[in-house]
Design a protein around this ligand. Structure first.
Ligand code: HEC
Length: 208
């Protein structure tokens, strides 16, 4: 409980970095229509509405991200999904997000304090924008991958990747534009006792 509070405070500090992400996203989107996109007005959706909109976008999203050619993300939409409907993530630019984890990450949903996810675990969080004017479009894909011990000690062997909706790379802590995504771990550090994972908001956990 205590660490959650700290997490929340850190998140407020980190909110600033998301302004930068939003700018990046706006730049990466072709066409002028979204050029000044900062999602100040996310729509209020019921779970059913959010699910419907996601269903209409998800194939396009998968195709976009696939252009980045990360083998470890192939078919991520077939992995276990841990939320029962897309939910607004304040810490990821007010976008609606989903939380997928590959089969290697079998204990993602049940992680106890002090436990770790196995090497090869990949967590993928896709996102979509829905404004209250009814505009909908794919957002970025947020990824965490657990590397072999000692590969990235300063990030507890987590690799962070952010892929834009068109498949271009915003940053990869183990590859290009690592600086762009260094702030990911700064915030996830707040939940070091859960192996740096926050998990899904309670009211969206599958089965709750
Ligand atoms: C300001 C804090 C903050 C920052 C910065 C942040 N995250 Fe997160 N992240 C969260 C929170 C809170 C959750 C869980 C709730 C949610 O989904 O919004 C989360 C969830 C995730 C998940 C699902 C795994 C989990 O923790 O349960 C992934 C994957 C992820 N973030 C990747 C990233 C990447 C990649 C970046 C950098 C581009 C990033 N995050 C930056 C706070 C943050």
């Amino acid at each position: 409980m205590f660490s959650r509070l700290i997490a929340l405070r850190l998140c407020l500090i980190c909110a600033l970095s998301f302004a930068i992400v939003d700018a990046g996203q706006a730049l990466a989107q072709s066409g002028g229509e979204d050029a000044h996109l900062a999602i100040e007005n996310p729509a209020e959706l019921s779970k059913e509405e959010a699910l419907q909109i996601y269903a209409s976008l998800q194939r396009r999203m998968a195709q976009g991200y696939a252009a980045a050619q990360f083998e470890q993300l192939r078919n991520y939409q077939n992995w276990p999904l841990f939320n029962d409907a897309p939910y607004i993530s304040a810490t990821h630019g007010q976008r609606f997000v989903n939380s997928y984890a590959n089969r290697m990450a079998h204990n993602y949903g049940t992680l106890q304090e002090g436990e770790k996810l196995p090497i090869g675990s990949v967590l993928a969080k896709d996102s979509m924008t829905v404004t209250d004017e009814g505009n909908t479009h794919p957002g970025a894909l947020f990824v965490m991958e657990k590397l072999a011990e000692g590969t990235s000690p300063e990030m507890a062997d987590w690799r962070y990747i952010m892929v834009m909706p068109d498949g271009s790379l915003f940053g990869d802590t183990m590859g290009d534009r690592a600086d762009n995504v260094a702030y990911c771990h700064d915030c996830h550090e707040a939940v070091a006792d859960r192996d740096y994972t926050f998990f899904v908001p309670e009211e969206y956990v599958v089965g709750n």
